[in-house]
Design a protein around this ligand. Structure first.
Ligand SMILES: Cc1cc2nc3c(=O)[nH]c(=O)nc-3n(C[C@H](O)[C@H](O)[C@H](O)COP(=O)(O)OP(=O)(O)OC[C@H]3O[C@@H](n4cnc5c(N)ncnc54)[C@H](O)[C@@H]3O)c2cc1C
Length: 503
């Protein structure tokens, strides 16, 4: 890379005080915050649009939560998050998020949503404590009518333009230049012309390129299991450029992987995980019903875990089974069962928009029957054959499932009785499922100013990271019972990085 760059001439040089790399959840917040503090800000984005600004935003003590009369115990929440990560995190950073999240979420509401007649709606009903998981009502959703979501990316773009931020598309970070211990410039490629541009910075570079889930080579190196248990990547923009460019100048990153996985990737029958790592930014082949606590079996047709757990846990449990994939089996009453499950998060029936009611769940499922990714049958033998599962094992498992329903107790895996559902109404349904990685979340080590650290845990001056380029916050699986945490971690720390860099 170094030699090639030396051979290719820099065609022009730009001066700015703050350079933000990546116009996503962290980057847009960083740019706005730095500009609000009076800095001259440039933000570069390698695609021709900003990334989707996320809808569920976690916060502790937000104005929306206050209006809904809700309080979240910060100490209980932070201890939960640290314990979830087995304390393989910088707990001070988690408190830093909890202490600053409301300010960041309120800023979005006051500056981006309210001028357009929208607001944030808190979710008091998401509080739950069950044997399998605890949930916190942290999410704040942008809405106008309290029923549907509104997207706010365009409004955000208008806001940063009004603040004087220079947003340039089709510009990709290639490398950072450090003099002594100070980041002084970035080499950037104009993707349309192929030219290299040098951007000199006097105050700071903020890395917000969103992790590395689109880079299979980096996944092999840092998180090889992710390539086995995920069959889709839903963040094709995130190729690790921010993290790699900082490591190249002496930064350090988390030593263990962390990732956010949803459990609803539909796999064509007969496909193996190693034949699939489909990069998609759409919800294609994403079965919402897959996140419901219906009967799940391994590729031998045997039940292997309590299905009543957070999204990622089922995928983790399947990674201990042959082939890393699993099948879900259900019957024609599924839209009725869905009403009794009280699932949380975006797959629950009643979630605004696409999962607003049980009818929408049935329509979504039918789409995949039509596509051949969900199969139907009038007997369990036929279903097993269509799914390429051992018929005798599957028959035994379904029989046992129906026995447990009659007994009203899950003697095998402890699923709550109200989530035990029979398989006795034809047609029967089945599909093969695998994980969908939303993002990686192991990143560059940062301090509370969001400065990137070197091998001595000292800051590399004028170099900042936020969002999934920054680490110390997650370990292993994503705690999805703290809904909106990934987006809020990005937005809150983006805002703090912007404020630090502007100083
Ligand atoms: C389908 C889906 C659903 C999700 N749902 C939720 C949710 O409900 N709640 C939640 O909390 N989180 C959710 N997440 C996760 C959340 O979106 C991420 O954690 C968050 O977007 C991370 O923000 P970021 O700024 O680090 O990265 P991003 O928002 O991904 O932004 C990174 C930007 O950097 C750009 N970029 C990359 N490389 C370069 C380069 N070399 N030069 C210039 N620009 C570059 C990318 O194009 C991108 O625009 C979801 C993710 C997905 C994929």
């Amino acid at each position: 890379m170094e030699n090639k760059l030396n051979d290719q001439k820099i065609s022009s040089t730009i001066e700015t005080e703050v350079l933000v790399v990546g116009a996503g959840n962290a980057g847009m917040m960083a740019a706005a915050a730095a500009a609000e503090k009076g800095a001259q800000v440039m933000i570069i984005e390698k695609e021709d649009s900003i990334n989707l600004l996320r809808l569920g935003l976690a916060g502790v003590g937000t104005n929306a939560q206050k209006r809904a009369g809700m309080t979240i115990d910060k100490y209980e929440l932070v201890e939960y998050l640290a314990a979830f990560a087995q304390h393989n995190v910088d707990e001070g950073l988690i408190y830093h998020w909890a202490n600053n999240s409301a300010e960041a979420v309120n800023w979005v509401e006051d500056n981006i949503l309210k001028p357009h007649g929208a607001h944030l709606r808190a979710e008091p009903d998401s509080l739950v404590t069950s044997s399998a998981y605890q949930g916190f009502s942290t999410e704040n959703d942008p809405t106008i009518d309290d029923e549907t979501f509104v997207s706010y990316g365009t409004w955000f773009q208008e806001k940063i333009a009004a603040l004087g931020v220079n947003l340039s598309f089709k510009m990709a970070l290639v490398k950072i230049i450090k003099e002594g211990n100070v980041a002084v410039a970035a080499i950037v490629k104009n993707i349309s012309s192929g030219e290299l541009i040098k951007i000199n910075v006097s105050k700071g570079i903020i890395l917000c390129t969103g992790g590395y889930s689109a880079n299979e080579e980096l996944l092999k190196k840092w998180n090889p299991l992710a390539l086995k248990k995920n069959v889709y990547n839903d963040s094709p923009r995130n190729n690790g450029a921010g993290i790699v460019s900082a490591l190249d100048i002496g930064a350090i990153k988390d030593e263990e992987p962390a990732e956010c996985i949803f459990d609803r990737g539909l796999v064509p029958v007969g496909k193996k995980t190693e034949e699939m790592y489909v990069q998609t930014a759409t919800y294609e082949d994403w079965l919402w019903l897959g996140s419901h606590p219906l009967l799940k079996v391994n590729l031998r047709g045997e039940r292997f875990a309590n299905e009543s757990v957070p999204y990622q846990f089922t995928v983790n449990a399947a990674s201990k089974q042959p082939g890393y994939l699993y099948a879900m089996i259900w019957d024609d009453n599924f839209d009725e069962y869905a009403k009794q499950f009280h699932t949380l998060g975006c797959a629950r029936v009643g979630f605004p928009g696409y999962m607003a009611n049980a009818k929408k769940l049935r329509e979504d499922t039918q789409r995949y029957v039509d596509k051949g990714l969900v199969v139907q049958a009038d007997s369990i033998e036929e279903l097993a054959e269509k799914l390429q599962l051992p018929a005798e094992n599957l028959k035994k498992t379904v029989l046992r499932n129906n026995e447990l329903v009659k007994m009203n107790i899950d003697k095998d895996f402890g699923k709550e009785a109200y989530r035990l559902t029979p398989i006795n109404k034809k047609p029967y349904y089945g599909c093969i499922l695998g994980g969908r990685i939303l993002c990686t979340s192991d990143g560059l080590r940062v301090n509370k100013k969001m400065e990137v650290l070197d091998a001595n845990y000292e800051p590399i001056h004028n170099l900042y990271a936020a969002g999934n380029d920054s680490g110390g916050f997650f370990f292993g699986s994503y705690p999805d019972r703290v809904p909106g945490l990934a987006a809020s971690h990005a937005q809150t720390f983006g805002r703090l990085a912007g404020q630090s860099a502007a100083k």
